[in-house]
Write a protein that binds this ligand. Structure first.
Ligand code: ADP
Ligand code: MG
Length: 697
């Protein structure tokens, strides 16, 4: 494979410097390897031959073997055409060309066997075919079966490079160079998983005998691609684990036990218990924990975080919880200090607006070790914040936190603290395995008992008055309402205008109700003030943009209206919906759209009305839009350049690849034993330049 990677495409027969330049610029094909891995987008059936006598009008593309009897040029100027009279012994057919007449005429002979391939058409008893593909019978025989059709660009087509040109180049490459390819996958693995041989798969992906062989070839190539990916991620995380030790939290002591027996306001759900066990195991493993905790909104992640922080305290360490906004940090502080008030721990809040005096006190208590738990925003990672003994860090809603910021936190100690990252953005497991490659993943897949699922409704513009009536009804019953406008790019003027108009319209419609207003362009202090007005029920309605998406907890809010819902992605809609349904009252999420929406938009929105399960929503989103678009999951700088595997649909293969990669690394962590050397080489060739996994951990 290395040689194919290193050989410039110019050296292939049929490719000169100018074609090489075109292929490079238009398709990124620069080496033999690139060409071999330029896979077809679909296939045409060249497995059987037809006779002219048996043709019928409704036939798709067919291939016919025969000879040209004569060639004539007809018409003039733009209407000039070349007509070849073609026979296969059962009948005759006119083959017509409108372009490249001279070149084609020079290539073709009478009394020579050819195979033509194209769409036959009939006009008053005469068959014809326009611009067919033409092969020698020998070529048609060796490439019998399905033939790859390749993605092209307009420019390539204009320069006379067709899908067939690519096919022929690939065939030349296969004939002349593919004997060099040895299979890097260990025999044992290949046999166990019944994977096709690599060489056979590379031939078959371009030119399979039949669809069954194609399926096996695809499976083999996808597996291999995913396998290197997992091997790379896992060996990175193992290297890191070896380099960095972890503190051992061996005891469960008074803090945990007395909280558990005296303060726990309810029985933990099974999922919460399971996750705490998983985290405990990590904390006592001697390695630094890096765990992603996924749990739908309202699944009770905060309590899990608190219990784990208490374990850190029991082992003589401090803990810290970091949230993306001041409001969230404050809410966490209030919840946690309320819960833990009876057990005598010192919890403090540090944000940008903490007064100097309080700040000084916090700094002092952190360094003398008398402060147990620090909760805050980015302020907690400022350089002057020093801990005596930081052992455990919780990061809430991690996609709002940059990698660099997290790294800064780790550097606060010689031995970095255990890290628990929490997110309510559900990410399908197999995708998380890849995107958050070296984080272990825990999932809370169960909501606390007694929750009433939010009822989600799709409403067109013409039902606006009804919607307003329901809002008024709820507010009169003492409930609160969110109305969210799309302001996707916070600088879009027209969006801002619609938000402002919306706000005015709401104030107008609901005279007598108190309306608060918040968007991302406001100064943080102003934003927080408005949010607080709503959170403390000094406003009935909050008109907002998606700034409210993360974390805000107002259990009294029972209606979430989303304007122009068609402009939001599913996971964003799901996040917004999670703002209601947090209290006792039945809650509603109303998706407002204009009356005319495309069928696929309606389908997308109907996922929201049919389930409240965040993982189902995320899976559906992933299938509909592909992984590249998943909000909140992809971090910048991460471009997975997959040739054939699809993170959205190849979940099973991802799992298989991961399991096999684990096995190999268990037996040979540095990939130095002889059957694994070629794996290591391939892996490095693919990834060394492409992705720096340390950037996304
Ligand atoms: P999230 O996972 O979205 O951060 P929270 O931790 O804020 O969810 O929990 C949501 C609500 O559920 C809180 O009011 C919390 O007190 C409550 N809660 C958490 N765990 C349980 C449980 N086991 N039983 C009942 N209520 C719970
Ligand atoms: Mg939360």
């Amino acid at each position: 494979m290395d040689r194919l990677r290193e050989t410039d495409i110019t050296y292939l027969k049929g490719v000169g410097p100018s074609r090489a330049k075109l292929l490079g610029e238009e398709l990124g094909i620069r080496s033999f390897y690139d060409l071999l891995y330029h896979f077809p987008s679909h296939y045409v059936d060249r497995s059987r031959f037809y006779s002219i006598r048996s043709l019928s009008q409704d036939m798709p593309m067919v291939q016919i073997r025969g000879r040209f009897i004569s060639f004539t040029v007809q018409g003039e100027g733009a209407k000039t055409r070349l007509i070849g009279l073609f026979t296969d012994g059962t009948g005759t057919m006119e083959v017509v060309w409108f372009r490249r007449i001279k070149a084609i005429r020079e290539q073709l002979r009478t009394a020579t066997d050819y195979v033509i391939f194209g769409k036959p058409s009939e006009f008053s008893g005469h068959w014809s075919m326009v611009h067919p593909e033409i092969d020698s019978p020998q070529k048609a025989e060796t490439t019998k079966g399905l033939r790859g059709v390749y993605p092209l660009t307009e420019k390539l087509r204009n320069r006379g490079i067709t899908s067939r040109t690519i096919f022929n180049l690939v065939q030349t490459l296969i004939e002349t160079r593919l004997s060099h390819v040895t299979d890097p996958l260990p025999d044992d693995l290949r046999r166990r998983l019944r994977l096709m041989d690599k060489r056979e798969a590379l031939i078959a992906i371009h030119n399979p005998h039949d669809s069954q062989q194609l399926v096996k070839a695809k499976e083999r190539l996808k597996f291999e691609e995913l396998f290197y990916l997992q091997l790379n991620i896992l060996s990175y995380s193992r290297r890191r684990a070896m380099r960095i030790g972890g503190r051992r939290f061996t005891t469960i002591g008074t803090f945990f036990n007395s909280f558990y027996s005296q303060c726990l306001p309810f029985e933990l759900t099974g999922a919460q218990k399971r996750v705490i066990k998983e985290i405990r195991r990590d904390m006592n493993s001697g390695r630094q924990m890096n765990r992603l905790l996924q749990g739908d909104v309202g699944s009770g992640k905060t309590l899990v975080a608190l219990l784990c922080m208490l374990i850190a305290l029991d082992n003589g360490y401090q803990a810290c919880l970091m949230a993306p906004t001041e409001i969230l940090a404050t809410q966490h502080f209030e919840t946690l200090s309320g819960l833990a008030s009876k057990i005598g721990i010192n919890i403090k809040l540090l944000t940008g607006s903490t007064p100097k005096k309080q700040r000084d006190l916090i700094h002092q208590q952190l360094t003398d070790g008398s402060l147990h738990i620090l909760i805050g925003t980015h302020a907690v990672i400022e350089d002057n914040v020093q801990f005596a003994n930081l052992g455990f860090v919780v990061i809430d809603e991690q996609h709002r936190f940059g990698v660099a910021q997290r790294a800064k936190l780790w550097k606060k100690n010689a031995i970095p603290p255990h890290v628990l990252v929490m997110t309510a953005t559900p990410i399908p497991r197999t995708l998380a395995m890849t995107l958050y490659g070296d984080l272990d993943v825990s999932v809370i897949d169960e909501l606390p008992p007694g929750r009433k699922p939010v009822t989600t409704l799709l409403r067109y513009e013409d039902k606006r008055l009804d919607v307003y009536r329901s809002i008024a009804r709820q507010v009169k019953q003492g409930r609160q309402v969110y109305i969210v406008y799309p302001l996707i790019k916070e600088n879009e003027k027209s969006d801002l205008k619609s938000l402002e108009e919306g706000y005015e319209q709401i104030c107008e419609t609901f005279r007598g109700f108190r309306v608060a207003y918040v968007h991302g362009k406001m100064k943080p202090a102003e934003k927080d003030a408005q949010m607080n007005i709503f959170a403390s029920h000094r406003a009935d309605i909050l008109v907002a943009t998606t700034v409210i998406e993360v974390g805000v907890n107002v259990p009294n809010a029972t209606i979430m209206v989303i304007e122009n819902a068609e402009r939001f992605g599913l996971s964003q809609l799901h996040q917004l919906r999670g703002r209601v349904g947090r209290g006792e009252g039945q809650s509603y999420c109303i998706l407002m759209t204009k009356p005319q929406i495309a069928a696929d938009t309606r389908k997308r929105l109907s996922i929201m009305t049919s389930t409240t399960d965040g993982f189902l929503v995320a899976e559906a989103d992933l299938k509909l839009r592909g992984p590249g678009d998943l909000e909140g999951t992809l971090q910048s700088g991460l471009a997975l350049d997959l040739h054939i595997a699809n993170l959205a649909t190849d979940g099973q293969l991802i799992q298989l690849a991961r399991d096999e990669a684990e096995k190999i690394l268990d037996a040979d962590p540095a990939l130095t034993s002889s059957p694994n050397l070629s794996l290591a080489r391939e892996m490095h060739a693919i990834f060394d330049k492409a992705i720096d996994w340390s950037m996304i951990s």
